[in-house]
Each structure stands twice: as structure tokens, then as C-alpha cells.
Design a protein. Sequence first.
Length: 282
Amino acid sequence: MNRLSLRPLGIRKTRRIQDSLFWIILAIFLVFFLFIFFWMFVSSFKPNLLIVSDPPVWFFTPTLDHYGEVFRRNPFARYLFNSLTIAVSSVGLSLLVGLPAAYSIAKFKQDGLALALLVVRMLPGITFLVPLFIVYKRLGLLDTHAGIVITHILTVLPLIMWVMIGFFEDVPSELLDAALIDGCSQLGTMIRVMIPLSLPGITAVAILSFISSWNNFIFVLILGGSKTMTLPLAVYNFLTYGQVNWGALCAAATVVTLPVLLLALVVQRFLAGGLTMGAIKG
């Protein structure tokens, strides 16, 4: 057997080893992160004494006292409404502005604007807090839903634009040119051609943006108040200087995490479709 015949065997063996290492590392990370959520969920049903027991207690009589305490001490229905309103509004408005902007950058190769967008995306959110607090105080936007939505747009909009630029650039320009020849305007081409072909990317970035807005903490803490308190800030209330109510904290964290997990399960089928490739092949 010569060297040429041995080379493909060596390449295939190397690829199998690389694939095996990849799946092993991925499994280790998944086990680590999933165990955190599992421990949080299980601890929300444990009595407080068993949560901090050493060694850990795996068999116990479940209790719903922590969930009852969470909903008795806090108007979680209002906090849930605030979180949903702010997250949906910020993502919806950001998509409305970000998709045409990303289309313009991808279509007309506005590299300078893309670079400026990346710089804004890299800035930490705390950079905007002091200027926003001064402006909001003068305009009366402190502790208002509109004010919090604007702050979330500052973080969500650059994410949507930066991700969608890559998706829009992958769409063949021949399809866009054909739509323009058929009489479509630039706006019509974006709506009728670009957005349908990029729907998996739009869905993915919308989910990421929703999660980012849902978990946002610092803006509501500084610029919000009792009227706009969201679920992440409500969970923070269970941490005090004297003690930590671990049972109620785990229950509240479960309530905060559950809507995001349900959202991911509902929309995952949209992420699996290769609509772009299907449209190009057809």
C-alpha cells in the first residue's frame, strides 16, 4: 500500500478524532450548564434546611412553600407583564429599524457604518447610564416603560443589525437584481425577497435579542422603579445583607427562566429550516 492510499485513511482518522473531541467537550459543557438549572429547579422544592445541607440531600418531600412565598411577597404578575412589555417592545422596534439599516449596509457596502456599529456594540451598557439618568430626569422618563424600552433598544439594535448584515450579505445579489428588474423598489425587494430568504436569521436574532432584553438588569435598577420593575430585578430582592432566602431565590429564578425556555422550545422548529438554501436551489 503506497503513501497516496494511506493519506485518505489518515485524514479520515484525524477527522474522526476531531469530531469525537468536539462532542466530548460539548457534552461536558452541556452537563455543567444543565446541572446548574437542574439544581436550581430541584432546590426550589426543597425546605431551606435541606438546600444548604452537606452532603446534599437527593430524596425529600417536595414543597410549594417557596413559590407561595414568592407570589405572596411580590406582585409577580405585574413584574411578568413589565418584562414581557419591555422585551417585546424593544425587540419589535429594533427589528423595525434594524432590518432596513442592515439591508442598506449589506446592499451598498457601507463598511464605515458597519465598523461604527461594531464599536457601539462593544461598549458596555453602563457607559450610557450617567448621561441617560441626567436626560431622563429632566424629561420625566425615570421609572417609565418608554424610558426602559429606549435603553434596551440601545443594546438590542446593534446586535440585530450586526448579525443581520452577515445574513443579508449571503443572499445572492442576482435575486435582488431580478426583483429590481421586475419593478420592485429597494423597499419592496427587501420585504419580498431579502426578509423571506433570511427568515431563519431573523428568528434567531429575535430570540437572542429577546433573551438579552429579558435578562437586562442594570438599566432597570438605575433608571426604573416600582412601576417598571422586571423579573430579574425582583429576584435580586431576595438577596439581603443579613441572609439569603435560598428557597425563594431558586423559585423566583425558576419563574424568570421558564418563559425563556418555553420560547426556545416553541420557536426551535423555525431555526432548523434552511429556507435560504431551499429558495436558491428552487
